[in-house]
Design a protein around this ligand. Structure first.
Ligand SMILES: O=C(O)CCC(=O)C(=O)O
Length: 269
């Protein structure tokens, strides 16, 4: 059953007209979404390959067969777009990332909103290490898998980061997008443009604490080895979405390992 075909003829004509004049499908989908035609909005996005300006996950099925792995959607939210993806990484991949990262970890840093430099900050008390894209085979495979799932080029991804949070370690509420109102925005978007999406992968089970919490949405995702969490930092129109405020809550028992991948608007070179 096609939700797009169910639209009234005037809307179907409106869509045809705007697609023909090159309006990006995500912007047209935003209008359908505002009308409450959510299935039609997603169908339009899924059917548009070339004129989409945002990453997307095909949520039309609960299980998704990727080239090298079958994953499943455990949770989705429409605004902002959020998906929890089970079975994204194998236990061996999680362990390989942990083993490689462990000896390289240093205090994590955040972007200084004043000048765009990276600085240590009490709001982010983990240790971490960053990789070049494709730096080791396991990362290359994971980057290809992310790219296939979110329909976004590998080249638009920042290098993967692996983080370790020990007892009390946290990342206080923050946004991942670059706020155009902040001074640093022009510096940090020079390479790659806006951070459109965040892809988090939990590499370990954690006994207590360490969830990823969205305070403006009143829910949190608990860490589970191999599970991934994706959220769009911008809405369908490409505008930053403040509902994406999120935090890594303090780990209170155990150790949390996480891999983070940020997806940019343009190639990140
Ligand atoms: O640790 C978490 O669960 C959240 C990590 C995070 O917010 C980030 O890397 O941007």
């Amino acid at each position: 059953m096609s939700a797009l075909m169910e639209l009234e003829k005037t809307w179907q004509d409106w869509l045809k007209h705007n697609l023909a004049r090159g309006v990006p499908s995500n912007k047209l989908a935003a209008s359908l979404f505002e009308k409450g035609w959510i299935d039609a909005a997603y169908e339009l996005i899924h059917k548009s390959n070339s004129n989409l300006q945002i990453p997307y996950i095909d949520i039309s099925h609960n299980h998704i067969k990727l080239m090298d792995r079958e994953v499943s959607l455990a949770f989705t939210c429409h605004k902002p777009f959020i998906a929890v993806i089970n079975n994204f990484l194998s236990p061996e991949e999680c362990q390989a990332l942990i083993d490689d990262a462990d000896s390289k970890l240093k205090a994590s840093r955040v972007v200084n909103p004043e000048d765009g430099t990276f600085v240590e900050h009490h709001a982010r008390t983990s240790t971490s290490t960053g990789y070049q894209r494709g730096e080791i085979p396991v990362i290359k495979n994971i980057e290809n898998r992310i790219s296939e799932l979110v329909h976004w080029p590998v080249e638009n991804g920042e290098g993967l980061q692996v983080l370790r949070y020990e007892d009390g370690g946290e990342y206080r509420p923050h946004f991942d997008f670059f706020d155009p109102a902040k001074k640093s925005s022009s510096v940090v978007t020079k390479k790659g443009g806006q951070r459109l999406g965040t892809f988090l992968m939990y590499l370990s089970d954690v006994d207590a604490g360490g969830s990823t919490r969205f305070p403006n949405l009143n829910f949190e995702v608990r860490p589970k080895m191999g599970t991934a969490l994706y959220f769009a930092n911008t809405d369908l129109n490409g505008q930053i979405d403040k509902l994406t405020l999120h935090a890594g809550t303090p780990v209170t028992e155990g150790v949390k390992y996480l891999a983070t991948k940020w997806l940019r608007e343009k190639p990140y070179v």
